[in-house]
Design a protein around this ligand. Structure first.
Ligand code: RIB
Ligand code: CA
Length: 305
């Protein structure tokens, strides 16, 4: 079993990723930590708890930062994920409660408890990771690996010509995470746009698991409307899932190693770049085995209660 902490802003593609993480036989989710982005942080926490209950898993959920480190906050992405983060599909109010620790404290404590065993996976803005590094810089040497969904290295962004949403929402945090001395793999739009969940595929997921798959199919309708109107294609991109599948099947991905950088001001704010270097402990994903990812996702969701 791989121990992971999943830092997330649920969010429909976050929900897709969380349902996978909670049902994968190789993953042990030690905590979900929450962040603003698709929704405000408080709602992200409630949504993470709702998804735990939907999946019948009790996992500690810790609330994260509500603001970026230095910039004025951008508006939440309700036009992509709906005002409730789940495409206006309502899950019951959770009876579980968040922990009294903050997300950054949870990250620091958990990595110190299991040195070299924990993979930190972040699929929202990177503020909590930057605060955790400030709280205890030694976690960089103790974490097993950091895996991020964010950035657009060899292509345009999705919130501006230059920037991808997670990095744009807190470029200063991203710069700290990208330059800390820890092993890092980043899944940017270069690889995440290679996968889409079509309406037919979402039907298959729903057929495998009425509860979890059925919820994902319904929530993804709103998200798919966004893709239809903005990109004129049928289906939606499960961006965050690319980081999760990588944990269990790195052999399905091609990587490029190098030092990473983030533009923190000006017109290109949030732009991410890579300078190739085979000896770097940082890399970006450039290609994924599409068929294998889609097939495995249905198998994992079919394990859901
Ligand atoms: O750009 C895609 C990312 O932004 C994903 O993490 C999605 O959930 C949104 O937060
Ligand atoms: Ca996300």
């Amino acid at each position: 079993m791989q121990k992971i902490i999943l830092d997330t802003d649920p969010g429909i593609d976050d929900a897709i990723a969380i349902c996978y993480a909670l049902n994968h036989p190789q993953l042990e989710v030690l905590a979900l930590t929450t962040i603003y982005g698709n929704v405000a942080t408080e709602l992200a926490t409630q949504n993470a708890l709702r998804l735990c209950e939907l999946n019948k898993h009790t996992v500690p959920v810790a609330t994260g930062a509500s603001l970026p480190l230095k910039i004025k906050p951008n508006p939440v992405a309700d036009f992509v994920h709906g005002a409730n983060g789940f495409g206006q599909i309502e899950l019951p109010a959770p009876s579980l409660e968040p922990t009294s620790f903050s997300a950054a404290e949870m990250i620091v404590d958990t990595i110190n408890k299991y040195p070299e065993e924990v993979t930190l996976v972040a699929v929202g803005p990177l503020t909590n990771l930057a605060i955790a590094l400030e709280l205890d810089p030694e976690i960089a040497q103790k974490v097993k690996e950091v895996v991020v969904m964010g950035g657009a290295f060899h292509r345009n962004g999705n919130v501006s010509e230059h920037a991808e949403a997670n990095i744009w929402n807190d470029p200063h945090a991203a710069q700290q995470v990208f330059t800390a001395d820890w092993p890092l793999v980043v899944h940017g739009l270069d690889v995440t746009y290679q996968i889409s969940f079509s309406a037919d595929y979402l039907e298959k997921i729903a057929a495998k698991s009425h509860n979890v798959g059925g919820f994902l199919r319904e929530a993804a309708k709103f998200y798919s409307e966004f893709y239809k109107s903005q990109h004129n294609f049928d289906g939606c991109c499960p961006h965050d899932q690319l980081a999760l599948t990588y944990l269990c099947h790195p052999e399905w991905y091609s990587l490029e190693s190098g030092s990473l950088d983030v533009v923190t001001e000006g017109e290109a704010i949030g732009k991410t770049t890579i300078q190739s270097n085979e000896n770097s402990n940082k890399s970006i994903a450039t290609k994924v085995n599409r068929e294998a990812l889609l097939k495995e996702y249905t198998e994992v969701v079919s394990r859901a209660a």
